[in-house]
Design a protein around this ligand. Sequence first.
Ligand SMILES: [Zn+2]
Length: 265
Amino acid sequence: MTALLTELDTTARAALKSPTTIEDTTLFPSVDSLYSRKPTWKRIKDAVVVSADLKNSTQLSFGKYINTSAKIYEASTAPLVSILWAFKPAFVDIQGDGAFAIYHGERATERALCAAITIKTFSAVTLEPKIREILGEKVPDTGLKTGMDRGTLIARKLGVHGTNEPVWAGRPVNFAFKCAGRADAHGLIVTEEVFKHFASNDYVTHSCDHSDPPTELWHETDVEKLGTHSKCKELTSHWCENGCGDRFATAILTGQKKRETVTRA
Ligand SMILES: [Zn+2]
């Protein structure tokens, strides 16, 4: 062990002392194009990250639930990844009991939000009721918790012995994970940076016309781990199941913003 730690001391010291380079890129880089040999990171602006994981995965990982957990992971992970892919992400990765996706380019924030609301809807309308129906009442309360942020990322490939994995570092990944961590089952928390993008979008801020007049759907919440950026917004609803969901998603994805029925103070 001592020899390994001595070697790692040298590795860490060398990494901290050697210059790193940041290279700006406007197009989202493919994993193949990321640097692995030289300490050069590609910087990507306006990246939007959606992160989702399972509530109570700690409880689920213990012995008596291990079979149940395996079933819940199977039932949640593949649909989660399908939803993330359905809105044309630049990158998707499964991590532990969840997954995250990076959206970039035209209407990236809109695509990411629609993915996040679809995850929330799937969790509340399908996943949890099915878990209750098929696995019974004794399973710990669970469901997908989702977080979102946008900002600048840096990326390169890191690893040892020829196994290099892409590493996406920076605020949006970190903050999206923390927002998801703070959310409850079927919850969606987004940072102020994300919310301000939609602040005057009637399709995002207000409920469908099944409520007359439409009501505001987001409330303030505090994600303390975000420090000075702790003021976030939480969505209290999911896609309307009476026909409005698809129409609203299409409106958001095609850049529509105004509805006759929504009035703002
Ligand atoms: Zn509706």
